[in-house]
Design a binder for this molecule. Structure first.
Ligand code: F6R
Length: 243
């Protein structure tokens, strides 16, 4: 793991945008693995700026998002498909047909999981996978104790995740879906490069566990210790617990 500690989350997001932009410039038909959540918002804003002001070209890029809530249609304001449309896809020149988010409304969810894996493989695999980190150490929606070799699957969201994400559902855990379809840890580890962002004091313990170990399914993020090309971008707050 390469650990880069930046003075602020803002600086971390700008650096992450540079890393992703470089992948796209070197390989215009790159396959990007993307994440939702609060962490990458500033990064997506910067990619949009780079597209508008520097001509960063997404026309041949393919994307695969990490996860989606089960039971939310794409049109739902809190669906991850909608999040990606609103915060990135609508503002860059990407071909929507090349943007993939798992279908949380699929009638046969297990078939959707298998098909997602097949689509990633058919695209040639993921060149760079962007990740956030849950306060409980999750990556994607791979909650603690899930298999570190898992492939795209359905996960039950943990109490911690329900609490952390309920804010956008009007602070109501009961309104929040309880399941998600997510790339597995094994799927994530197959990416040729991983770029994980974790900022702020709420991530201190998860960051410490992810980086200093032990490697354990209790902290799915610790699986990145096994990845040959993983960059972890922190700010001084999230890095405060490191030795
Ligand atoms: C989002 C995802 C999650 C988030 C994590 C951190 O697609 O897969 O693992 O990255 O929950 O969320 P934020 O960034 O809101 O702190």
């Amino acid at each position: 793991m390469e650990i880069l500690i930046q003075p602020s989350a803002e600086a971390g997001c700008l650096l992450a945008a540079k890393i992703i932009a470089r992948v796209v410039r070197e390989k215009p038909a790159a396959v990007l693995g993307l994440a939702t959540g609060r962490t990458p918002l500033r990064l997506y804003k910067e990619l949009i700026r780079m597209h508008r002001e520097e001509g960063l070209d997404f026309s041949k890029v393919t994307t695969f998002n990490l996860d989606e809530y089960v039971g939310l249609p794409a049109s739902h304001p809190q669906s991850y498909r909608r999040f990606m449309d609103d915060h990135l896809f609508a503002h860059i020149n990407i071909d929507r047909a090349r943007t993939h988010v798992p279908d949380g409304m699929a009638e046969d969810l297990l078939a959707e999981c298998r098909s997602y894996e097949q689509r990633i493989a058919a695209a040639g695999g993921i060149d760079i996978q962007l990740l956030g980190l849950g306060r409980n150490g999750h990556i994607g929606f791979n909650e603690p104790t899930g298999s570190l070799r898992s492939r795209t699957w359905i996960k039950i969201l943990s109490e911690q995740t329900l609490r952390d994400n309920s804010e956008v559902f009007g602070d109501s855990e009961s309104a929040m879906p309880k399941h998600a379809i997510t790339m597995g840890v094994g799927t994530i580890l197959d990416a040729r490069q991983c770029l994980l962002l974790a900022f702020g004091p709420s991530k201190v313990r998860a960051v410490e566990h992810m980086i200093e170990g032990p490697l354990s399914a209790i902290c799915p993020g610790s699986a990145l210790q096994m990845h040959p090309r993983a960059i972890v971008l922190l700010d001084e707050n999230s890095a405060a617990g490191l030795r």
